[in-house]
Design a protein around this ligand. Sequence first.
Ligand SMILES: Cc1ncc(COP(=O)(O)O)c(C=O)c1O
Length: 372
Amino acid sequence: MVDLHSQYLNIKQEIDAGIASVIETSSFVKGGKVVDFQKNLEKYLSVRHVIPVANGTDALQIALMALGLKAGDEVITPTFTFIATAEVVALLGLTPVLVDVDSDTFCIDLEALERAITPKTKAIVPVHLFGQNADMEGIMAIAKRHNLFVVEDACQSMGSEYIFSDGHRQHSGTIGNIGCTSFFPSKNLGCYGDGGALFTNDDELAERITTIANHGMRIRYHHDMIGVNSRLDSIQAAVLDAKLPHLDSYVRARREAAEFYNRHFADNPKVITPKTATYTTHSFHQYTLQFVGVDRQRLISKMAERGIPVMVYYPIPLHLQKAYRSDRYSQGDFPVAEKLSETVCSLPMHTELDKEQMEYITSNFLDILGQC
Ligand SMILES: Cc1ncc(COP(=O)(O)O)c(C=O)c1O
């Protein structure tokens, strides 16, 4: 699905020099590289604060802790997402309230979102799934009407921009109270292990987030609040700082690959190609199609026989996951997400796909599609 080795070879010198400088200075934790990357990412995103942490799941958890939410508070999030989005809500003793997604964008459905608001609702966590932003202008308007916090799950959308109705643009994750991202190796901006970050324009929140991520400690061994230990290590920061100047070209490469797939599949009645909403750019963290009347499992097996991986993100929506079953929901409650979980498939998508590989994937896909 990804080719991290080829990507590394193309920027080997920058990566190797960055890692070597960390080892040379032996500043492995909270070293200069972490600060360099933090500052460079703030500049790239045009956001006041970036707080690096250990991974995207921690970023989401720390965001909810920083907002001071209390056990029993409800947090609304889509049912069609990676588990981490709802997991941290449940772990903190908050109540995840799941809602359906939009059938075109796969992101949270705004009507369903507003219907799910109760007096206990305190926050919304929209997910910018597969690389395009949820309808943030609409979400921020709902949040304002009901006095709710917004934490953007931007783990898959680094490099995407939200386009406001007046034409101005902001980077994904910088619009809500807090944005969270992941630097997992396969992400749009990925390191060589685990990493994550929070973004905010709110100075007070940034201070709380920094404190919580450091054991709730402002002054050494004085613990003002319950925190966690979550740090981006300096070697990962060196990798990220070397890759950041390439991020826009990486996003362009993903977009070009998506356009290639779209051109080849557009007229095929057995697939629905991904749609990009007018209010967002798409960074194609995943290229995700919907099948119409296709035996998905048979297609995946036949593609595997020809050496082409095809993945299903995500085969089970959260409300049907064993750990998240609740009296609140039953099968059939979220028809869009349920249908997507049965019909979507994602094709290889990364920055190093060349024309020959793309042609091999598309011609085999179309051939096998005809048999399934
Ligand atoms: C939508 C979403 N949220 C959260 C996460 C969690 O990020 P991490 O794996 O860095 O903890 C991911 C990463 O897979 C994700 O895709």
